[in-house]
Design a protein around this ligand. Sequence first.
Ligand SMILES: O=C(O)C(=O)C[C@H](O)[C@H](O)COP(=O)(O)O
Length: 319
Amino acid sequence: MTDIVTFGETMLRLSPPRGERLERTRALDVHAGGAESNVAVTASRLGVDAVWLSKLPDSPLGRRVVSELRSHGVRTGVAWADPEATRMGTYYVEHGGSPRGTNVIYDRSDAAVTTAKPSELPNGAVRNAGLFYTSGITPALSPTLAETTESLLETATAADTTTAFDLNYRSKLWTPAEAGETYRSLLPNVDVLVGAERDIASCLGRDGDPANVARELAAEYDLETVVVTLSEEGSLAYRNGELYEQGVYESETFDAIGTGDAFVGGFLTKRLQGGDVPESLAYGAAAASLKRTVDGDLAVVTPAEVDAVVEEDADDISR
Ligand SMILES: O=C(O)C(=O)C[C@H](O)[C@H](O)COP(=O)(O)O
């Protein structure tokens, strides 16, 4: 049995060196990036067995993604597509700095994953997992993927695999109303919901006191756990009538992209390792703070580093 199986798109992330503009750069750094593989990498690095499912073109670009994920211990279940008939999703990140924000440009339409059907994927891996994770980015990518996402969540639910879903609203992919409709159709097959306060408000129309929002969502969709992320205010979780709060651990931000996924990866890992809700929240928050110090989407961190942040004895220099 696998601890955690995730499903979604991973792109090649291309970014100019800091301070350079995309218009002018002669060099692009290449990293693998995608919400569900980011979570799988965090989980694998922090000590649980992680599998990532997807579809990629059978080309050097597709193999580049798989080899990067495998280098972090993630096992992959990939449907390989004809590279002549499909393409690799990419995204460009131009790092900003005040007053110019960081800009993300997607080039992901018609990527191989947009045609992924359940029959092409190892459904047995989902049935035999402790936990299945996907996010709201996946069903946004194509009508086929919306159906596949629903089908995999149903497969997991029918097999008693715990399901976890992060709303992960992306305004460059769809409108809040479109996202809200899809989220509502998926939530009956979700056990653990993670959502940013602003996404819950804009897409699910629930705002106000986040503790009440979490309680209401849990009751309406019969959710086992609801985690609301609150940016600099940290996060809170509602489970079994109890509410838990967690602040953020301070960090120096080198690259903020992937922070949310590191939080989810850390939270789910600690849960899979038998941690309770407060321990899982703290572990997620610590993984998130460490991610911000690392370039790329992936939380290239160790369990000892995360433990040190939780115990708040992370030193400046280790020698
Ligand atoms: O697939 C997409 O559209 C993505 O946006 C992939 C992102 O690079 C990550 O999901 C990072 O998201 P955060 O962890 O919230 O920073």
